[in-house]
Design a protein around this ligand. Sequence first.
Ligand code: SF4
Length: 350
Amino acid sequence: MAGLHDKFGRAITDLRISVTDRCNYKCVYCRTGNEGALYGDLPFADYLRMARVLVGMGITKIRLTGGEPLLRNGIVGFVRELAKLRPQGLKPPSSAGANGTAEGAAFHATPSLEIALTTNGHLLADMAQRLKDAGLDRVTVSMDAVDPDRSARITRVPNGFDHVLAGIRAAREVGLGPVKVNCVLMRGFNEDQIIPFGMFAREENVIVRFIEFMPLEEGRTWAPSTVVTLDEILARMSEYLPVMEIEHGRSETARRYRFEDGIGEFGIIAPVSHPFCGHCSRIRITSDGKIRTCLFSVWDHDLHAQMRRGAGDEELAEFIRGVVMKKEERHHIGEADFVPASRTMVHIGG
Ligand code: SF4
């Protein structure tokens, strides 16, 4: 099988790179403790080499995450270097027979490369145009309330809301879209924001995605009762306007819905009530250069250590293939044998 596959036959095409575990926000569903930045980050050249090897192995989508990735000086330059991994001028094979040749392999090895970024949006307004010019395709902005006071209560950053809204609008204006806005719902904090976000999606022409709260926060305070489930979200939104489900890609994390009048789209990422591990296509590289094969892994695999000891690209590829064969089948949230992940979200990068 061409490309990178795990032992369950899942194609691994989606790489998430955390470029820092520092963050300028302190969201209640993530940074409930006082861990702060623990692992630090690497020179962009190291992430670039990792990405180059992985793109050669079949990765077609790279998402930059953190902590907060826009805190890293040089992030625009890093996007520009990643964009050079795209098949510049690489033409499809001249004839079907060429598929078995180096030309064909080279083309199929990197059919396309999408570069996206997830941010809390606080610094985005000033950087959107430069990121776009550097080759970024899309951004996803985390925002958990469409009310400034509520937003401040959740992020524990006063006056952040206006920055985030300006960032979303700037991203939309420069063409980093469709802009997606991720909202983690947490009972007791923002379950009353479902309909306001439906209105927001329609007014701002962005795709809002509600995310079920997962047990990945610092203080380990998660409980099933804090989860606002997909069924609840749909029932609530349907009280506002009729909605209909629309098709979504097999490895997409979100189920997609549109308002029946055709104005506005939203999604629901429901890892707790409707797990989607069966088609998981993701692996992650942490800010300190470790591979995580699942958000809920209890292991890290030290790719950067291989680089430090002088491994060549083929050795790195071999190491990665071995690690991917250890990828977990699924998470065990809410089950008796559930073991918390060895890292919390801010140190993984979503
Ligand atoms: S929990 Fe793990 S296996 Fe499941 S979708 Fe997320 S990363 Fe993939």
